[in-house]
Design a protein around this ligand. Structure first.
Ligand code: TXA
Ligand code: MG
Length: 306
């Protein structure tokens, strides 16, 4: 069994740093979902991430840093609006896609010249990254294609022995992954809706962020992602959802559909619970598109692909 340590344990940070510096993998709590972290400058450790998740090499990872002053080390030609967002939204559920420096290995970026970077809002995670002395690469700590983990228990159940240490900081407060905005093209473009509402980002920079178009470059944008084993059926309204229930012998409507922050925070736990309870299907009511609703709708659609 992988070892789990509470974030409240005074040794938690130093143990995590020890594991990372030795080339190991740490289940890292963040405000969005738990990450599977390795030191980004240790190629063997980064390679282990792909093996542990069953993730195809070439799917790029997000670099997690602890302070905005570290940005220069990993990104160049940061446009002003990107810098504004970094200053105003970090630490927080926002990832910026930027041009990379030599310091970022092509293993992390899947051979691309761009790098995705964020500062997570979780205090313990930031301490770990800071004391590590280098950025950590961390995808969500789930088996590739499965529902992201929002508790330490979820990480244990997906990755077990393939992770050396898991820091248990309870349930993630936001519950869906970070919003990713590409600043390497002429106009900023959304790659993945997430925990930071895109309309809030637009109002901070006073500029429109283009919606994702064409072939996506983010793996979370692939069909059949974020999916439990049971069927996920989406419904526009609660009345339609109630009618859909009768199509299945053993199904339930996902709770908190009328409160987007709660819906987001509980979504992945509810999907995993439905599998544990042997449900045939879950029926999910679409939330309004505003705020966290956009990310929830996106994940529900991805999860509903057969
Ligand atoms: O909230 C989050 O972002 C969580 C926590 C752990 O920080 N991380 C996360 O990582 O969701 P992951 O690997 O599950 O999703 C990262 C997404 C992928 O869809 C990947 O393709 C995209 O970011 N990405 C990373 N680097 C990229 C790059 N250079 N170009 C295009 N997409 C990139
Ligand atoms: Mg993921």
């Amino acid at each position: 069994m992988s070892s789990v340590i509470s974030s409240h344990n005074p040794d938690a940070v130093s143990r995590a740093v020890g594991v990372l510096n030795a080339g190991g993998l740490v289940g890292l709590p963040t405000e969005t979902v738990y990450g599977l972290a390795a030191r980004a400058d240790i190629d063997d450790a980064v390679t282990r991430i792909f093996h542990a998740k069953g993730r195809p090499m070439g799917h790029p990872l997000i670099l997690h840093i602890s302070e905005i002053s570290e940005l220069d080390r990993y990104a160049i030609e940061v446009p002003l609006p990107a810098l504004t967002l970094a200053q105003q939204c970090w630490p927080g559920p926002l990832t910026l896609l930027l041009h990379k420096t030599e310091a970022v290995s092509s293993l992390v970026t899947g051979g691309r010249e761009t790098v995705a970077i964020r500062i997570p809002a979780n205090e313990c995670a930031r301490q770990i990254i800071k004391q590590c002395g280098n950025a950590v690469a961390a995808p969500s700590a789930n088996i590739f294609g499965h529902v992201s983990p929002t508790s330490a228990q979820h990480v244990v159940s997906d990755l077990g022995d393939n992770v050396d240490l898991i820091i248990d900081d309870g349930n993630c407060s936001i519950g869906v992954e970070s919003t990713i905005v590409d600043f390497t093209t002429d106009q900023p473009q959304l790659l993945r809706p997430g925990g930071f509402p895109v309309e809030d980002l637009e109002s901070i920079i006073g500029q429109q962020i283009l919606m994702p178009t064409g072939e996506s470059r983010a793996s979370g944008m692939l069909a059949s992602h974020y999916a439990p084993r049971c069927r996920v059926v989406v419904a526009e309204t609660i009345d339609i959802a109630k009618r859909a229930l009768s199509d299945y012998g053993n199904a339930r409507i996902l709770d908190h559909w009328d409160n987007s922050p709660l819906y987001a925070a509980s979504l992945y736990t509810q999907m995993r619970q439905a599998d544990e309870d042997g449900m045939e299907a879950v029926i999910a009511v679409f939330p309004p598109k505003s705020g966290l609703g956009m990310a929830i709708r996106d994940r529900l659609i991805k999860a509903s692909f057969l």
